[in-house]
Design a binder for this molecule. Structure first.
Ligand SMILES: Nc1ncnc2c1ncn2[C@@H]1O[C@H](COP(=O)(O)OP(=O)(O)OP(=O)(O)O)[C@@H](O)[C@H]1O
Ligand SMILES: [Mg+2]
Length: 464
């Protein structure tokens, strides 16, 4: 498409000359004779380039520039000026004009100035396209991730979403399994249909069957009317079985049948009901282990494990942390109306070096809390949760030659305990196991070293 140029010039000879020349070069030209007319046109039409004289009746070139900057910030502005007024041209550039040409100028000079603008325009477009692609790479369906592992997950989601294949999402708690399930549904052909979520860890065992498969009137005492189950409810849509490892063994054959025949039967009925659903499963447990313990059927495991997607723990993809921090910071600054909150370099170091047993969820909560607590326009280390704050070069401080051996050993022991507690999110039993000592010994050492004073563990320790 031809580039649109507006010429604002009160001298008719110059105006006509430029118009004629540029038209002959294939540009689409509009002209006007003063600033007032130019402003009216700028309000109505969009231009790639505006070429304007500075000194004109009514509104001068500065007024035109000001208006153009506010209504068409992407248009390039070229000032025409007399040699005597170069100072004004410099001022115009300071106010956002792209370039100036001094009178008298040749057609060649005019053309060079225009081509320079168009070259810049092209570069700017390329940059913004690159930024868009980069953004797509950082965030995919509300999931942030630049690490190779997450990029791989994004690819897997894209390719599996369009099929109707069952998907098994594996990963520790807080790694984003539910986000992935949402993404698969949203990118599938069932996106405008329902996504039914079932948390298998939250349904009491005796209610499982009726919740999932529904029941006929009279199926059991209290079944006064027929009720359809969640699976039937998901007909034509997607069903997400969260924590599938917690599904009781006795129901697993029914799930296998659902997978193989796409059919179910309601409790108290033996009619077969066909359902059209896409199935997504998630687990934070190791299903293979459950299979070997006899808690999960092997045939069901193989049937749902056809397309596995595994989300790595956050500590294995630290390059995602800065992007997650930025994302959550924006989100919570907006929510709590604290714009422009920054993170201090020290607080950022702490966030980068923590091990995140609770994965992304833990990071998200830490940022939310920090945004609420921040007293100034900066999030400092003390705004972060206690368990994150203990950092530092541990070995170096304990190995100093100025410290006597016994003290050095104690220092080392204390640091080891702190690390173990941090790794386990303050859980004493797990930390003791990690250290190879009894819970009692750990407790006495925590007291001896006064770790609970700054680690705020007391409450969690009582709970253990
Ligand atoms: N990569 C990510 N980008 C943005 N937010 C994320 C990401 N991963 C997780 N979150 C956020 O962290 C929280 C936990 O995620 P989600 O509920 O999907 O985890 P989960 O693996 O299902 O955890 P659980 O096993 O405990 O159910 C959510 O608030 C989610 O929005
Ligand atoms: Mg979940």
């Amino acid at each position: 498409m031809a580039k649109q140029i507006l010429i604002v010039e009160d001298d008719p000879i110059m105006r006509l000359g430029m118009e004629h020349f540029l038209r002959s070069r294939g540009y689409e030209i509009m002209t006007c004779t003063d600033g007032k007319e130019a402003i009216e046109l700028i309000d109505k039409m969009s231009f790639d380039i505006i070429i304007s004289d500075l000194k004109m009746p009514y509104y001068d070139g500065f007024e035109v520039l000001k208006r153009a900057k506010s209504v068409q910030p992407h248009a390039y502005f070229i000032i025409i000026t007399a040699y005597a007024d170069i100072k004004d041209a410099v001022e115009a550039i300071r106010q956002g004009a792209f370039d100036y040409i001094a009178k008298p100028f040749s057609n060649e000079e005019l053309l060079i100035a225009i081509e320079k603008c168009l070259h810049f325009q092209k570069l700017e477009n390329e940059i913004s396209q690159l930024k868009e692609t980069l953004k797509e790479k950082v965030v995919f369906e509300n999931i942030i991730g630049v690490s190779p592992q997450m990029q791989q997950v994004f690819k897997q989601i894209s390719s599996v979403a369009v099929t109707d294949a069952p998907v098994l999402i594996q990963g520790q708690s807080g790694t984003g399994k539910e986000l992935v399930a949402n993404a698969i549904h949203n990118l599938s052909k069932r996106a405008d249909k329902i996504l039914v979520k079932i948390n298998c860890a939250a349904i009491p065992e005796n209610l499982f069957e009726s919740e999932l498969f529904g029941y006929e009137r009279g199926a059991f005492t209290g079944a006064t009317k027929t009720k359809i189950g969640k699976i039937e409810y998901a007909h034509e849509g997607t069903i997400f079985f969260d924590e599938i490892g917690d599904i009781p063994l006795f129901l697993q054959p029914k799930l296998l049948r659902l997978l193989e025949d796409h059919s179910i039967t309601r409790l108290g009925d033996n009619r077969e009901i066909k359902v059209d659903i896409r199935m997504i499963y998630a687990t934070s447990k190791n299903l293979k282990d459950l299979v070997s313990k006899g808690l999960f059927r092997e045939d069901l495991f193989y049937r749902i494990n056809i397309v596995p997607i595994t989300l790595p723990p956050l500590k294995e993809r630290t390059e995602d942390i800065p992007y997650l921090v930025d994302y959550f910071l924006r989100q919570f600054c907006k929510k709590f109306n604290k714009p422009n909150l920054k993170i201090s370099p020290h607080a950022f170091d702490v966030l980068m070096s923590y091990s995140y047993p609770g994965n992304v969820r833990e990071l998200k909560h830490a940022i939310e809390r920090a945004v609420i607590l921040a007293q100034s326009d900066t999030i400092n280390v003390q705004d972060l949760p206690q368990e994150m704050r203990i950092t530092g070069n541990i070995e170096a401080s304990c190995m100093s030659e100025h410290i006597p051996l016994e003290q050095s050993i104690k220092c080392f022991e204390k640091q080891k305990i702190i690390i173990a507690l941090r790794e386990t999110g303050g859980k004493k039993i797990e930390a003791a196991k990690l250290l190879g000592i009894s819970r009692k010994v750990l407790w006495s050492k925590i007291k001896e070293y006064g770790i609970d004073e700054f680690f705020s563990l007391s409450q969690q320790l009582e709970e253990d």
